[in-house]
Design a protein around this ligand. Structure first.
Ligand SMILES: [Zn+2]
Length: 124
């Protein structure tokens, strides 16, 4: 959807109602002293900075996709697609057979890791 600027330094964009309500719930629970619009704008700004960080920190890695309980990362250093999954409630890299390799760290830094939330067991 087109996001026109009204010349005030802001652009307005629609957010799905369900997403907004979940954001509002988080916002209300963290007790931040700025408006929700500014807080959401800050989140998006942090996303942009995180994206730039990852491009410098691990320029040879890139996100491909999530399918079922696996997140796929392309590693251009080894020229392979690496599978990240949830094992014993931890991020697990099938290629390195570890939970603390660069692929696991990279996966944790991606917003898409949230798509694996449903494979985590609570209370562990
Ligand atoms: Zn790995």
């Amino acid at each position: 959807m087109l996001m026109e600027s009204k010349g005030d330094g802001y652009r307005r964009t629609p957010i799905k109602e369900g997403v907004f309500l979940k954001l509002k719930e988080i916002y209300n629970n963290i007790g931040i002293d700025k408006g929700i619009s500014g807080w959401i704008s800050d989140i998006l700004s942090l996303y942009v900075m995180k994206h730039e960080f990852l491009k410098i920190y691990a320029p040879y890695l890139s996100y491909i996709a999530v399918h079922d309980n696996e997140l796929y990362i392309k590693d251009n250093k080894i020229d392979k697609i690496v599978e990240i999954t949830i094992r014993d409630n931890k991020i697990y890299c099938k290629y390195c057979e570890r939970d603390n390799c660069i692929h696991a760290m990279y996966a944790i830094a991606l917003l898409e890791i949230g798509k694996l939330t449903k494979y985590l067991k609570k209370d562990q």
